[in-house]
Design a protein around this ligand. Structure first.
Ligand SMILES: [Zn+2]
Length: 570
């Protein structure tokens, strides 16, 4: 007779603490890890993990799955990369609180950043809530392969309190009282904290999103609600000033953040651009922690890159001479591009015309010395400038030629910030950082950063040999679990929730991106799967095999209050 629901047999167990791999069986009963050891009894279900590594499920603290989970029960693309728990609602972008009548107001703040149209959201979401608590109940009811925790977003709180005025006015004392009340009830219902954006996020018509109209005093007031409760994390997309090359501007903005952390004791977290002028935010975090505050940065394993293709968007799309061409079907574009006169005109237009306005992860004006051909999922990638030089072509001429030759299947990779590999590594290994800045569920046709976890394991561990598998696994399991307060997961340990991955360290890594047309209403997104994940398990149930969803949906909404954020020192 079977003793266990599931036994993962004979794997090398990397428990997520940083300890060395140990050969063992892992047994699961009732969704929890019930035994770890050699020659455990039989399971009703068994997985042979011989030659593989068993790790905790990966935890992603920076996602935007808030809308998507209503049409995608499996949590792609995160689940394709072994992620079993996500924190959503980052950067102030949530779809609650908002009544069905006013949903256009929250959609207006998020549709551009998430790159999911209002039409797709309308088609994919049965809008049954008004308050954030009602939204969480709706999330709770949805079938889910993975686990979700969520912030309540400032842009939504503002439109809830102020309606249209949220996009043009500072909040009155009355508006603030409404926001404080709804924030309190969101936290009561289990929100993990409060998030905002003070960066360049814009609406479709190039206006600031609602949270950007807030004064710093408004932010301080709302973070104060978390401070008084003694629970909840404050996440923000920082204002550009903190990355300024002018030390005075930088100092003023970071000092406010420091003061907020120290005076409220609320854990504060934000994305860190590793390039040196912004990396210094981690020094601010160190100072805040020394003074009794809590602050941690969110880092990236590859450096944030825009991925563009002819089938999605190109950096040339807003150049007047290109607009007409790009409005046509790809077959007609190929026809036109076979005419040397048309090509010459387009190439010269890129030298003299304006590239237009790009926001966030939208394709920026190309920097050919850093723009790369994405032919293999992991680096090194060749730059367009290098290839064009070696072929004696103008870079744009080469890009067009390559596009036509590949029938427009070619992908291109443009780093959005000038990080070097040393910058990335230093930031990733900083004791006050969590490698978690995937933005999964946002910028859906513009980036493929949901693969940061498999990139870490495939590139930095296997290909470069710069860190051990144990070190890397710790960075994406117990470290984020402690930072976000998930005390019942993030380790392979008896009694903890059985969220597990079974991976092949010799092959794990991202696959090439593909273009999918599977958003509601048929809109497209970039899809990137992975190699080397034999199975992913959530609460003891197998949710993917070879990274393909099995159809099982054992995931939960995780409700706070969560444990106080802990940053384990490196
Ligand atoms: Zn974000």
């Amino acid at each position: 007779m079977a003793e266990y629901d599931l036994v993962v047999r004979d794997g090398q167990v990397i428990d997520g603490s940083g300890s060395t791999a140990v050969r063992a069986d892992v047994a699961v009963n009732s969704g929890r890890i019930s035994a770890i050891g050699r020659n455990l009894g039989r399971g009703r279900q068994e997985i042979n993990a011989e030659g593989h590594v068993v790790t905790p499920g990966f935890i992603d603290g920076h996602t935007h799955m808030d809308a998507q989970l209503f049409w995608d029960s499996f949590g792609t693309p995160s689940v394709w990369h072994g992620v079993t728990t996500v924190v959503m609602g980052n950067c102030g972008f949530t779809i609650a609180p908002a009544s069905s009548d006013n949903k256009h107001l929250v959609v207006r703040s998020i549709e551009r950043a998430e790159d999911i149209s209002g039409e797709a959201m309308a088609a994919g979401i049965d809008w049954t809530w008004s308050t954030f608590a009602e939204y969480l109940d709706a999330v709770d009811r949805r079938p889910k392969a993975i686990n979700y925790a969520g912030y309540v977003g400032h842009s939504a709180l503002r439109t809830w309190a102020m309606g249209e005025r949220a996009f043009s006015e500072t909040a009155s004392e009355e508006d603030l009282a409404v926001m404080r009340r709804e924030l309190t009830s969101a936290l009561d219902a289990g929100a993990i904290g409060f998030s905002t954006s003070r960066t360049l996020h814009e609406t479709m018509d190039d206006r600031p999103v609602a949270s950007r109209l807030a004064s710093w005093e408004e932010v301080v007031d709302l973070v104060g609600v978390l401070g008084q409760r003694g629970s909840g994390i404050f996440q923000l997309a920082n204002e550009i000033a903190v990355g300024s090359s002018d030390p005075v501007i930088r100092q003023e903005a970071s000092e406010r953040l420091y003061q907020l952390a120290v005076s409220t004791r609320v854990p504060i977290t934000f994305g860190v651009q590793p390039a040196s002028s912004r990396h210094y935010l981690l020094d601010v975090a160190e100072r805040a922690v020394r003074a009794g505050g809590a602050m941690f940065g969110q880092t990236h394993s590859r450096g944030i890159c825009n991925v563009w293709s002819w089938a999605t968007q190109t950096p040339f799309d807003q150049i007047p001479e290109w607009v007409e061409l790009r409005s046509r079907p790809l077959g007609e574009q190929r026809q036109l591009l076979s005419d040397p006169a048309v090509r010459d005109l387009l190439v010269s237009a890129t030298h003299y015309s304006n590239f237009g306005h790009s926001v966030g992860a939208e394709a920026p004006p190309p920097d050919y010395e850093r723009l790369m051909l994405l032919d293999e999922p992991l680096p090194p990638h060749q730059t367009i400038a290098d290839i064009a030089r070696s072929e004696g072509l103008d870079p744009v001429e080469f890009i067009i030629q390559r596009g036509v030759e590949t029938d427009f299947a070619q992908f291109y990779l443009q780093p959005l910030v000038p990080d070097t590999e040393d910058d990335l590594l230093t930031a990733m290994r900083h004791p006050l950082s969590v490698m978690t800045f995937s933005d999964s569920g946002a910028h859906v046709s513009q980036i493929v950063d949901s693969s940061i976890h498999t990139h870490l394991l495939g590139y930095w561990v296997r290909q470069r040999g710069i860190m051990t598998l144990e070190e890397a696994v710790r960075m994406i399991t117990s470290v984020p679990a402690s930072a976000f307060g998930f005390t019942d997961r993030g380790l392979v340990k008896e009694g903890l929730v059985a969220d597990l991955n079974i991976i092949d360290p010799d092959t794990i890594g991202p696959a090439m991106p593909e273009i999918g047309h599977d958003l509601p209403s048929g809109a497209c997104r970039l899809k990137q799967k992975s190699y080397g994940i034999l199975a992913t398990i959530v609460s003891g149930q197998i949710v993917t095999r070879d990274a393909e969803p099995t159809g099982s949906t054992p995931g939960h909404l995780l409700r706070g209050p969560f444990a106080r954020s802990q940053m384990p020192s490196a």
